[in-house]
Write a new protein. Structure first.
Ligand SMILES: CC(C)(COP(=O)(O)OP(=O)(O)OC[C@H]1O[C@@H](n2cnc3c(N)ncnc32)[C@H](O)[C@@H]1OP(=O)(O)O)[C@@H](O)C(=O)NCCC(=O)NCCS
Length: 425
């Protein structure tokens, strides 16, 4: 079936989470994604394993809709295979540590020379230049350095990492936008280009509204925050709404760790909330009549809402509050989500068969295209498609593939110099 990215071939050297997030989305959108792995495989295949000797969920949930080929890029014959693959792909992707690709002899200049039409997409922690360029990065490093951790957490607690993987997956989604833009530009110019996303930059982009607050502080305290005293940087906001309306997470019955509902007290819904929780008297209480006084008295307001919430479960409250048009959302645990009817209806949790694992759950595609419906296909086993790809894409004969194999192009240890006989020299 024709898909949005049918006809686009991606050579995906990415590993761990940031890059694979992007290439998995490209695969789901219809691109032919060839995951090129070292002979030992993407390191996540073996990380956080829950079933002995089977690919981990860390790997299988980030590498669906891809084919896998193993190539030893430190082996001369492996380099030759890589060069041939670059010639017949539209996009090449990587998120190695700083300098890795250059050491392998495949930086942007070299790849561009091999295929001037190729789009090369790269993720680094901090980009290719500047004082931090040489540093490696993981999710929480990017959250720490991009402004997320300093603005997340309890008002008087330590900086806190958010569970949403904004450094890794967030950067992957940014990279997807960059790749698609570069492919569209290529349609006009015929030229490829280098697309670079730094994790720190992407986290900053996702923290944009915190820089709004950073500048507003110069002109006085920020009334939507429940703290009273400000320094000269955006503070942690706990569960304060951070927008133009007051909001907070309110504890519900029976008081478990996720028995909360997030309530936004929109200006025009306050009279309805007040009537529902405290009757006509509360609706005209001068402490709360408009958002300005409500901000000043917000603790008293949250106490009243909290007293009401404590008599209901989060699901009862969701119904009660939605009936009077109050924007609200129960805090949903992972268990709530995988069992949720709405989530299931939107195909946001899918069950996939896997030859080593049996069935496993994956998150569905959050991008819904009416003419390119998503179909999620299980992740490949290590090197599952090596021969198929070499044969089908590069036209390599079986005997040549065998020779490459014997020369160490797909195996762990590079062959000794005297064992290396380039067949096609
Ligand atoms: C994630 C990260 C910290 C991991 O660091 P690491 O495990 O030390 O891995 P690196 O990427 O630095 O190095 C990979 C090594 O594997 C080798 N390798 C990778 N693919 C290979 C292949 N197909 N054949 C042979 N060798 C291969 C590289 O040559 C490199 O070896 P070298 O150090 O001898 O040059 C690092 O890759 C990084 O900072 N990436 C950019 C930021 C990022 O994406 N982080 C988020 C990850 S979720």
């Amino acid at each position: 079936m024709d898909k949005a990215l049918s006809g686009i071939r991606v050579l995906d050297m990415t590993h761990v989470q940031a890059g694979p997030t992007c290439s998995q989305l490209m695969g789901i959108l219809g691109a032919d994604v060839i995951k090129l792995e070292p002979p030992t495989g993407d390191v996540t295949r073996k990380q956080l394993r829950d079933i002995p000797d089977a690919d981990s969920l860390y790997f299988t949930m980030l590498n669906c809709n891809k084919r896998s080929i193993t190539v030893n890029l430190k082996n001369p014959m492996g380099k030759e295979v890589f060069t041939d693959l670059v010639k017949c792909c539209d996009v090449v992707m990587e998120n190695f540590g700083p300098g890795v690709l250059e050491r392998l002899g495949f930086g942007w200049q070299q790849v561009h020379k091999i295929n001037p039409k190729i789009v090369m997409a790269s993720i680094k922690g901090f980009g290719n230049e500047g004082p931090y360029a040489k540093f490696k990065a993981y999710e929480n490093v990017a959250q720490a350095m991009g402004g997320s951790m300093s603005t997340t957490g309890a008002l008087d607690g330590p900086p806190t990492a958010t569970g949403a993987q904004i450094g890794d997956s967030g950067t992957g989604v940014h990279l997807l936008a960059g790749i698609l833009a570069a492919l569209i530009q290529r349609q006009r110019t015929g030229r490829g280009q280098f697309v670079e996303c730094a994790m720190m930059d992407c986290v900053m982009n996702l923290c944009r509204v915190k820089f709004r607050d950073h500048q507003r502080i110069e002109r006085g305290p920020l009334p939507e925050y429940s703290i009273q005293e400000f320094d000269d940087f955006a503070p942690r906001a706990a569960n304060d709404s951070g927008g133009g309306q007051l909001g907070n997470a309110v504890l519900c019955k029976p008081g478990g760790p996720n028995d909360y509902i997030y309530v936004v007290v929109q200006e025009h819904v306050w009279p309805a909330i007040a009537k529902r929780i405290g009757g006509e008297d509360l609706a005209v209480d001068v402490r709360f009549t408009d958002i300005n006084v409500r901000r000043k008295n917000q603790q008293a307001m949250w106490n009243l809402i909290g007293e009401f919430a404590g008599q209901h479960t989060k699901w009862e409250l969701m119904e009660i509050l939605n009936e009077i048009d109050v924007p609200c959302g129960p805090i949903m645990s992972t268990k709530d989500l995988v069992n949720d009817e709405h989530v299931a209806l939107r195909d946001m949790v899918v069950s996939l068969p896997h030859p080593e694992r049996g069935e496993f759950l994956n998150i569905g595609c959050p991008i819904k295209l009416s003419d390119s419906p998503a179909e999620i296909v299980r992740s490949p086993l290590l090197g599952e498609h090596t021969d198929e790809i070499l044969n089908e894409l590069l036209g390599y004969e079986d005997s040549h593939i065998q020779h490459l194999r014997e020369s160490g192009a797909f195996t762990k240890s590079p062959p000794k110099a005297e064992e290396y006989h380039p067949l096609r020299a």
